[in-house]
Design a protein around this ligand. Structure first.
Ligand code: HEC
Length: 195
């Protein structure tokens, strides 16, 4: 009985303390709330490199890591050997457009003609609508994005492999829009006539 009375008093006391705005609330067994923790960018003297964010052990690879055997010099070989594994669907084109407009547009420009926002001072990149890139196999373009080429940095870390393939579908769409087939034009004429 005595114990119960003490418990009841303690509850009243603690809840009253918690309600008062002028004093901080009492913390009852705060162990799990306040334990020392770091934000990722903070320093930690206990860590081997002094940073709170620990590095992954050496030679760690992600679970979906795939070996890629083509160097920046193997673009022609990649063009012969690699096929685009992603079908050209509406969602693939939309994703490709999003990636292109995020990573490539600054240099290559919205339509691919090389007039991106940072040109100049950045040297004008080649036109992606040229006959050369038009004829360039998917695998070769994939290798340029994965490994870079001369002044162009590589985008292996920023753009995942499926995103690279979808971006190439989008570049093909830009090329087609720039150089429509007679069939494309006849469709356009038809829809104008039907207005
Ligand atoms: C920082 C500017 C920059 C960005 C961003 C950039 N590129 Fe490039 N790109 C270049 C330059 C410069 C070249 C020419 C490299 C050379 O001299 O061989 C080039 C070349 C290319 C070529 C080869 C064209 C040819 O005629 O040989 C392709 C294809 C290409 N880029 C696609 C892309 C794609 C796709 C992206 C986005 C994932 C991208 N680039 C992002 C600057 C850039």
């Amino acid at each position: 009985m005595n114990n119960l009375r003490i418990l009841a008093l303690a509850i009243i006391f603690l809840s009253a303390a918690g309600c008062s705005k002028s004093t901080p609330a009492w913390e009852y067994m705060p162990d799990m709330y306040d334990f020392p923790s770091f934000k990722a960018q903070e320093a930690d003297s206990q860590s081997p490199n002094g940073a709170a964010a620990r590095l992954a052990p050496e030679n760690t690879v992600s679970r979906d890591y795939q070996i890629y055997r083509y160097s920046a010099q193997d673009t022609e070989k990649a063009g012969r050997e690699l096929k685009n594994p992603i079908p050209r669907t509406r969602s693939a084109l939309e994703r490709g457009q999003k990636v292109y407009n995020t990573y490539c547009i600054v240099c290559h420009g919205a339509r691919g003609s090389g007039d991106g926002y940072i040109v100049p001072p950045y040297p004008r990149p080649p036109n992606l609508l040229s006959e050369k890139v038009d004829q360039c196999p998917y695998g070769a373009i994939f290798n340029v994005i994965t490994r870079g080429q001369n002044l162009m940095p590589n985008y292996e870390a920023q753009v995942s492999a499926p995103d690279r393939w979808m971006t190439i579908h989008y570049i093909r769409a830009l090329q087609r829009a720039d150089n429509p087939t007679p069939e494309d034009l006849s469709l356009l004429k038809k829809s104008e006539g039907s207005k």
